[in-house]
Design a protein around this ligand. Sequence first.
Ligand SMILES: NC(=O)CC[C@H](N)C(=O)O
Length: 247
Amino acid sequence: MAVGVLALQGSFNEHIAALRRLGVKGVEIRKPEQLQGVSSLIIPGGESTTMAKLAEFHNLFPALREFVKMGKPVWGTCAGLIFLADKVTGQKAGGQDLIGGLDCTVHRNFFGSQIQSFEADLSVPVLASKEGGPDTFHGVFIRAPAVLEVGPEVEVLADYPVPSDKLMDQAQEENKGSEKKVIVAVRQGNLLGTAFHPELTVDSRWHTYFLKMASEIEGGASNSIVAVEGGDLTFDQQPKNDLPIFQ
Ligand SMILES: NC(=O)CC[C@H](N)C(=O)O
């Protein structure tokens, strides 16, 4: 079955393009019943409060929570990571609905406002050992969240040593004199979360990691992921020419 991409708001087109570069069909999901036609799901970045309102409007939360509970593979990027977290800090007044499932606390705008967005090379040993390529991944952080705490079942896949000028006032206060390392990529069973935007870079390794994770979880069941053209390409062989994205 194809990979669903929650298409309410945010960078769903970019995820679909990233999947297409790997020969995988991404299906836009806007209604609860459409989740029945996909075996895994990507929740893109965007603005989580707005996305939550739209998800509420389309009555998507019960079906999304069920999808996660059934153990189906779900990857949340940025706002998507916020959606998957069990606990979120820094929410707008009144809070927002979450899907939950990922045993962690996420700060919604950890790095500050939109103008504090940045790019940074992240150390990604687990990704490099599984997908090949360099030990670093170029992370695009757009008004990004960060994971502050994780439960025992959560595997940390990448963290980021935050320069003190990137800490928000409150965090600066809390971490005076010490370098704060925050977690920016995690996995817990069927759930993957990244605080940055892999769909905006030419490096496809987070997408191939997720596709392989999904086909492992599905136990090699007959699905398009394992058979896709390009699915077995190594990092150096992956096509790098379809650009809505940063080099
Ligand atoms: N690029 C992003 O997805 C930003 C997410 C944003 N911090 C939020 O609250 O939703």
